[in-house]
Every structure is written in C-alpha cells, then in structure tokens.
Write a protein that binds this ligand. Structure first.
Ligand SMILES: Nc1ncnc2c1ncn2[C@@H]1O[C@H](COP(=O)(O)OP(=O)(O)OP(=O)(O)O)[C@@H](O)[C@H]1O
Ligand SMILES: [Mg+2]
Length: 162
C-alpha cells in the first residue's frame, strides 16, 4: 500500500487488490466515532462497496455487507450502528428525505454514503470525503479529505498504517 501525504487533511492511498481496499476500510472503521459521516465518490465498480465492507468490519459488524443499490439503505449493528446508503438510483433531494437520510446523518451511528456527489449541496455536515478512481484492473487511488479535526485524526491513523 503506497501512502502519499499532500498537505494537512488530505491524503492519497493506492490499493492493488479488493483485499487491500477492505483493510483500508477496516482501519477507518476501527477509529470511527458516533455521528461520523463518510461520503464516497467514484464511478461504477471502483470499490465503494468493498471499502464499506471494510469499514463495517472495523466497526465490529458481523453481518455480510452487500450493495444497497436496490435497497437504498442497509442497516448493520457493530459497536455503533452502521447506516450504508447508495444514492445511485435516487433523483431528487425529496427522495433523500423519504429514506430518512437527513435524520440519520445527525444520529449517533455512522453513515456511509455511496454516490454522495449526486447531491453535492445536501451534505453540509463535517464529513470524511473519499474519492476513488480506478487506475487499472486492480489498482485504485483513494483521495481522502477531512472536514474537521475529528476526521483529520482518522487520516493520521491511515498515514501510520493503522
Ligand atoms: N483495489 C481494489 N479495490 C477495490 N475493489 C477492487 C480492487 N481491485 C479490483 N476490485 C474489484 O472491483 C470491484 C469493486 O466493486 P464494488 O461493488 O465495491 O464497486 P462500487 O464502487 O461499490 O460500485 P457501484 O457504483 O456499482 O456501487 C469488485 O469486483 C472488486 O473485486
Ligand atoms: Mg457499491
């Protein structure tokens, strides 16, 4: 795993397998706090759900993490509640309210949102933003941006390899 520090509160990490991405998510999941928000951005098949599975594992979730692209929201319980959203199929902010996203964003669990960039104006709370790009069949580049000190601490954890 290659780690490159850009400047305070920005970090790039490259993974070379789904397993490495899962481990990266797990490192994040271990240090998440009540009310944490993770916004995932990346094209189809870049590894958002694989990363989410790792986060869940780091939170101590025992149930399998599957894609919420049809269910829109999957809820798991670990040391914190884990709310896993996929906004790919949604079209309006009204849809977001209908699935209760606004309420869960301010609840005590952890919210992880795939396709958060579809609604750029909706997410005003501090959050960990993670952009993923594919650079080859198995190579993915992760761009982490921390929205505040709590999230910067998570990135410090990633820099030292968890
Ligand atoms: N380095 C890597 N990290 C993550 N996944 C990888 C990597 N290399 C290959 N893969 C493969 O890429 C796919 C990622 O699928 P995943 O469902 O996580 O993507 P996604 O971004 O959630 O897609 P969608 O937008 O459809 O929800 C998996 O088949 C996984 O095995
Ligand atoms: Mg997915």
């Amino acid at each position: 795993m290659k780690v490159k520090k850009l400047h305070f509160a920005n970090l790039q990490i490259i993974t070379c397998s789904a397993e490495e991405t899962r481990e990266l998510g797990k490192t994040v999941g271990r240090v998440l706090f009540p009310g944490a928000i993770i916004l995932l951005i990346g094209e189809l098949g870049t590894g958002k759900t694989v990363f989410a599975g790792g986060v869940a594992s780091g939170l101590g979730v025992a149930t399998p993490v599957t894609s919420p692209s049809f269910t829109l929201l999957n809820v798991h319980q670990g040391r914190l509640a884990f709310y896993h959203f996929d906004l790919y199929r949604l079209d309006s902010e009204q849809d977001l309210l209908e699935i209760g996203l606004d309420e869960l964003l301010t609840a005590d669990g952890v919210c992880l949102v795939e396709w958060a960039d579809k609604f750029p104006d909706f997410f005003t709370e501090p959050a960990l933003r993670v952009k993923i790009t594919a650079e080859g069949p198995d190579r993915r580049r992760f761009y982490f941006a921390a929205g505040g000190d709590d999230y910067a601490a998570i990135m410090a954890e990633l820099e030292t390899g968890g």
